[in-house]
Every structure is written in C-alpha cells, then in structure tokens.
Ligand binder design. Sequence first.
Ligand code: PLP
Length: 427
Amino acid sequence: MSKIDTICVQGGYKPANGEPRQVPIVQSTTFKYDTSEDMGKLFDLEASGYFYTRLQNPTNDHVAAKICQLEGGTAAMLTSSGQAANFFSVFNIAGEGDHIVSSSAIYGGTYNLFAHTMKRMGIDFTFVAPDASDEEIEAAFRPETKAVFGETLSNPSLAVLDIERFARHAHAHGVPLIVDNTFPTPVNCRPFEWGADIVTHSTTKYLDGHGAAVGGCIVDSGKFDWTKYPDKFPGLCTPDESYHGVVYTERFGLAGAFITKATAQLMRDFGSIQSPQNAFLLNLGLESLHVRMKRHCENAEAVAEFLAGDDRVAWVTYCGLPGDKYHELAKKYLPGGSCGVVSFGVKGGRKAAENFMKHLKVFAIETHVADARSCCLHPASATHRQMNDDELRAAGVSPDLVRMSVGIEDAADLIADIDQALAAAVR
Ligand SMILES: *Cc1c(COP(=O)(O)O)cnc(C)c1O
C-alpha cells in the first residue's frame, strides 16, 4: 500500500479478524494492568503500551500513523492544535539561549508564538523573506541556531517555499528544516522528498476539512542525524534525567528519537493532547482528503481565472496562475495543484471590498479557511481592523484584499456568486 489515495482511505489502521472496521474511539483516560511491574516498564519507556491518554491513546496513534504514511515519515504524533504542533516542533530541540531562522511568510499565529511568546522563553528568531537571496539567508545563521522553519505555501500570503534551497542552508549549518505543510497537504506536496526533516500540520484545515475539529500533527522523516551534532542537540543525544537516563537517539534510533522525546517530555509536561473523539473526526476527513483536495484546486483555479479576467478586479494572487510571483516554484513543488485559497483586490479599495463582502450569498464570512464550504474574509475590516491603510500595507495586507477559501461546491455557483457581488460593489 503505497499510493496516497489508498493511504488516505486505509492507512494507519488494520483491523484483525472480527475487529471494528472503523477506527475505534478509545474514550478512556487510563489503561489497566495486572502488575505494577508491567506498568513500571511503560513508565521507564522499556515497553511500549498505553497508560494515560495525555501521553498516548490508541485512536490518536492510528490517525497519527496514517498522516505519517501520507508524508512518508518514520514517526508522528497528534497535538491539540496546529499551534501546539509548531511550538513542540521547535521547543523539542531549542531552549533558552538558542536561535531559529524562520521564513517571514508564515501564519500570524505562528509569528506571534515565535516573535513574542517563545522569545520570552529565551529563544530568538530571525525572520527572512522566502525569496531572500542565499547571502541573506546565510547571514541569518548564528552558532546557536537550532533549526530553520517555513511554510510550504504560506497562510495567508500564498508564497511558495523553495524547500530544497532552505534545506540546503539548514543542512550546511547542521540543523533540520521544519516545514508547516498545512495548506498543500501531503496530497499536493511531500516536503520530505525535497529535503525537509520535520513536517507539521494544523489538521484543523484540509486534513479535517469539515470545520469540525481543531488539531495538529508533527511528523519526523527520521533522516536528520542528530548524533552528528551531539553538542547542538543534547536533549536527543545525552541522558534524560526525567526518564532514568534514557538517551533518545540510542534507545529509539533516528526513526523514533524526535517524536518519542516530544511525547515523553513535552506532552507529559504541557499536555496539549488531541481528544480521541477529535482524532476520529480527523480520520473521517482524511478518508476523502485526496478527493477533496483535487476538487478544491479545480474550483480555486476556475475562480482565480475568472477573477484574473475581470476588470472589476485589481489583482489576483494564486500560484497556479501563470504570471504569479510563485508560479515557477509552484510548478516544481505543487505540480498537481496548490490549495483552495485565493486572494484578490476589489477595484475601488476598502469601501468596495466591504460592499463586495455584504453581497455574497454562497461564500460565508469567516476567519477560517480550508473546509468543504466556501468562505471569505476582508482582513482590513475584520482581523486587521485596528490598522489604518498605511499600517495595513506595511503588514502586506492591502485595504482592498479579500481572502477566499474556495470549497468543493459547484464552481459555476461560486463564480456566479462572486460575479453578482462584484456587480453590486463595483460601479
Ligand atoms: C491555522 C494554521 C496554524 C495554526 O493551527 P491551529 O490548528 O489553528 O492551532 C498553523 N499554521 C498554519 C499554516 C495554519 O494555517
């Protein structure tokens, strides 16, 4: 079983004779053992098994295993949200006094986490533009740099990360490349094939795909050799006193060290677990991911082409469009399609964009993106409403910008809705 479509439907869970066909929801906080010795071995990480759902739960493990197979990784874990996944992915290898190089084209929540909250924990970040020159990227590294971070396709700016180029810089400095692959999903891009070492997801978006459950996931490629740089990664290469001196890379190998450490230490201490119920819902979404992504991309392309050819529209950003700034990188990394998110400017600026939003009937106004239903947002009057026009432009959000998340309805209905709203808004 190696094709993505088959893994979406059947990966991660193989019922034995007479067992439930669907992944069972193990709605139990705890697990029973016959002897204290049995349980002791689990606590010492000497045997694998379940004892408390904060650390591991069978439902979550089946669903994590499916995402792991989809990405082509060696180990994976679910988290309560995408925020928790990105936090753990960095904090698992960086601490006070350390430094991270990050693409500046990242989700606003991730930017806040890095630039403010993790900075208060003593971790410093240098942000570089995804299209920065090699010299600029090189200049961002320091001796205490522990990782490079970027988004395959950035939310909301839709910049495509040159994964091979960022991986080359990271590896030249002996550090891993962490890639948030939320927008393309493994159906449209598998960052490990281009040299990324760790992949994260907000499963809240297309992986769930129905706007039903907030969640996250971390996948390890197993390819980064931590043991070559034991001084840089002591947490993985030297004894963990909180687990009787276990050395993660020795006990679990390169395939398992990163995720085992993140589970044993970070999940134990921060407790950002995904509920088994949410993992079940996530898995239902994953079963149709390959079918939905294809339709999201077809519809978004039709919408982007309609917008690009309409003179009531000032500009369109969609990397599938020839002439888009990231079209060439998209052809390399996202040959089968990017995602359903398209942004564009309504002619007439802020007022016209506000009017356009008022007249939409099929697209709903939401801060969310990436589920089956089409939705849209005018950041200048919603998420960024405290900013004036100059501040908006400085943040890369123009006053006329409308972000659309194109769903899997009939494209003709979506285009007709946009057409009538433009007719009412732009005169
Ligand atoms: C939404 C999002 C996140 C945060 O995920 P949550 O599940 O909302 O915590 C992180 N990265 C990207 C690219 C996102 O789109």
